[in-house]
Design a protein around this ligand. Sequence first.
Ligand SMILES: [Fe+2]
Length: 285
Amino acid sequence: MELVTEDNITELAARRWATARDPRTRELLTALVRHLHAFAREVRLTEDEWMAAIQWLTATGQISDEKREEFILTSDVLGLSMLVVQMNRRFDEAATPATVLGPFHIDGSPELAFGGDMSDGVPGIPLYLSGIVRSLDGTPVGGAVLDVWQADADGNYESQLEVDEARLRAKYTTRADGSYCLRTIAPKGYSIPMDGPVGDLIRQTEISHFRPAHVHFLLNVDGYQPLITHLFEQGAQYLDSDVVFGTKEELVVAFEPREPGPTPDGGVSDVPWVEARYDFVLQPA
Ligand SMILES: [Fe+2]
């Protein structure tokens, strides 16, 4: 039997986890052991710090549920989520780039028709967002579903509020010519939730805890790479300090103010509104 020492414990633990039957699981767990141990050695982790970390992780799990994802938020603010996206979603330069999913996506959003209003009574300035979904070679993609979600004018997502019905989220299907049109309200920049373990950490730093105004999109279309992305408002505050590192130049679009009159869905607005246009370009699978 080999005695455990401070010097050999990393090797012993890695060897033990190297018995994982699946090769990829073996690679992941042995690397995790080595990096965790290297981290503890580098910072000379104390027992109090170890316990504080355990309690922080416990609290992060306890505050999470099917609508709140504090671990995703943790990954987002550490830059890990965006790193994983960058490594795994290396699309053609001409394709719409991917960004983070974020902690607020909810499955099963209601389906709305072309121009349907996903804000449905939520106060704000009407925003019409329209364009084409197409392939890299220019072919329009009909029947593509855009799963859309955003925060309200106070920066709250549905999962942060006591509501029974879908709020500021919907699915739109492109027409045969690839066109889509959605109606919502102009989003505002917002703070990530600061009432949990992530907020406790951020408050100990000079980090700006805000995100620039944006709308989230998820397009999962047969024959194409899944696309998770955002559109950001040009000129919005926090574009250069996004707390989750999710902002990309190519995804910043003009939100143009419009007078009352005809709207892109073929209707007429009797109040001032805002127009944004964006063509999504999908990377073939
Ligand atoms: Fe968001």
